[in-house]
Ligand binder design. Structure first.
Ligand code: KG4
Ligand code: ZN
Length: 352
């Protein structure tokens, strides 16, 4: 590793995962010294979604022991951290505040700099955390698919992102979660639908692929969601519940429709921009069928596909630490008076 090498501690608390990570590295080589995640999924499952009040309370209960655990697992002391960082948004205000305030407090107590990170920039660059190319962040077309966002970005270098397309209504992950709820599957819906789809026929139901022929790269998933609802009501199900035979086919057909639009549009952008790399990130990119489809499409066109391990695709603090490290290396520090922003806008990404 060539100098300078920095060590950063990162906190992620934007939604229902409390996460702390310690990363060490420079612009081209990064080592995750630890990445701790305390999930609240079990707490929120009985409500069918995240309850903000419960989320923030649990973040404040979990965070301090998790920071201690992270330092222990990383084998370092607080004094060895060069920079403290946390997610500033987008996310739930009361949840963001817990992690953001804690990181600022550690920064104030140690006199080390603080860095605020946009959660979506964390997802966006997560495909490079484990890269062994020695080249760091490379130009790519990125599909970011999470519970709250679906977008295609042209990433030229760190901090230079052009928004090429986005969802005009529901995010892909949100569509997975809402359709799972309709099908009476547990929260979060994405992994449940993927499991069910394994034994289903993706061609059983001809669900719509919205805006495929439109001369832009935006997405819409609300029509697909409604189509599943209508199909379900036409199936004469008992208590609106699909049968054990119908469920796998419904899941497989829905999943295939989502993957189809994501893959076709992303590939179109990549070919139009002559991209050498496509990256996938965000919780939905954990989906194996999605990964396989992209791999096949990329292989066909000689494009390299980069996707992180699934633990770095869903919410985690290592992706926040990775962005913080890039900023720390550039001395792009944040003021301790900086606030969280639940709607931290996309133009922060585009214009920074
Ligand atoms: O990135 P993430 O962990 O949190 C947000 O920033 O939103 O993404 C969570 C979303 C949820 O909607 C979840 O259902 C979806 O990612 N997800 C999946 C899978 N695993 C998580 N969707 C489809 N297939 C999966 N295997
Ligand atoms: Zn996320």
């Amino acid at each position: 590793m060539s100098d300078p090498i920095k060590t950063v501690l990162a906190i992620e608390s934007s939604c229902d995962e409390t996460a702390v990570a310690v990363l060490r590295g420079n612009a081209t080589e990064v080592e995750i010294l630890c990445s701790e995640i305390s999930s609240q999924i079990e707490i929120h499952r009985e409500y069918g979604g995240v309850v903000p009040e419960l989320a923030s309370r649990n973040h404040s209960l979990t965070l301090r022991p998790l920071v201690e655990q992270a330092l222990k697992n990383a084998g370092i002391t607080l004094a060895e951290i060069d920079c403290f960082s946390a997610t500033a948004g987008p996310g739930l205000a009361s949840s963001l505040l817990v992690g953001h305030t804690a990181a600022k407090a550690m920064s104030a107590a140690t006199g080390k700099p603080f860095v605020s990170v946009n959660h979506m920039e964390g997802h966006l660059l997560s495909a490079f955390i484990e890269s062994k190319s020695g080249r760091g962040i490379e130009p790519n077309i990125a599909l970011v698919v999470s519970g709250g966002h679906t977008m295609i970005l042209d990433t030229q270098e760190f901090g230079k992102y052009e928004l090429v397309g986005k969802t005009l209504d529901d995010a892909a992950g949100e569509a997975f979660d809402k359709v799972a709820k309709m099908l009476q599957l547990p929260y979060p819906g994405g992994p449940e639908i993927e499991k069910m789809a394994l034994t289903g026929d993706p061609k059983a139901y001809a669900f719509p692929r919205s805006m495929m022929k439109k001369p832009h790269y935006n997405f819409s998933f609300s029509g697909l969601k409604t189509a599943v609802l209508y199909t379900l009501s036409e199936l004469n199900t008992e208590d609106g519940k699909a049968s054990a035979e119908q469920l796998p086919d419904l899941c497989a057909s829905f999943q295939e429709a989502v993957i189809d639009v994501l893959a076709v549009k992303t590939l179109k952008v990549a070919l139009a921009k002559k991209a050498k790399i496509i990256t996938l990130s965000g919780g939905v990119s954990c989906n194996s069928a999605l990964r396989q489809r992209f791999q096949t499409d990329c292989d066909k066109h000689g494009i390299q596909l980069m996707v992180s391990s699934p633990v770095l695709s869903t919410d985690n603090a290592a992706m926040i630490g990775y962005v913080a490290l890039q900023k720390c290396l550039r001395s792009e520090f944040s003021d301790l008076s900086e606030d969280v922003n639940p709607n931290l806008p996309l133009n922060t990404l585009v214009l920074r």
